[in-house]
Design a protein. Structure first.
Length: 41
């Protein structure tokens, strides 16, 4: 996935599944996933 895809997945975890993730934590998670698991541009 690209960064937008990861952001959508994180938002889904929070909104739909009630994951206890703060906005600050979500940014850290997004940065990590984007850096290590995103498809090349």
């Amino acid at each position: 996935m690209d960064r937008a895809g990861w952001q959508k997945a994180i938002r889904k975890m929070i909104d739909r599944y009630g994951a206890p993730i703060t906005d600050d934590d979500a940014r850290v998670i997004l940065d990590y996933l984007s850096a290590h698991y995103s498809s090349p541009p």
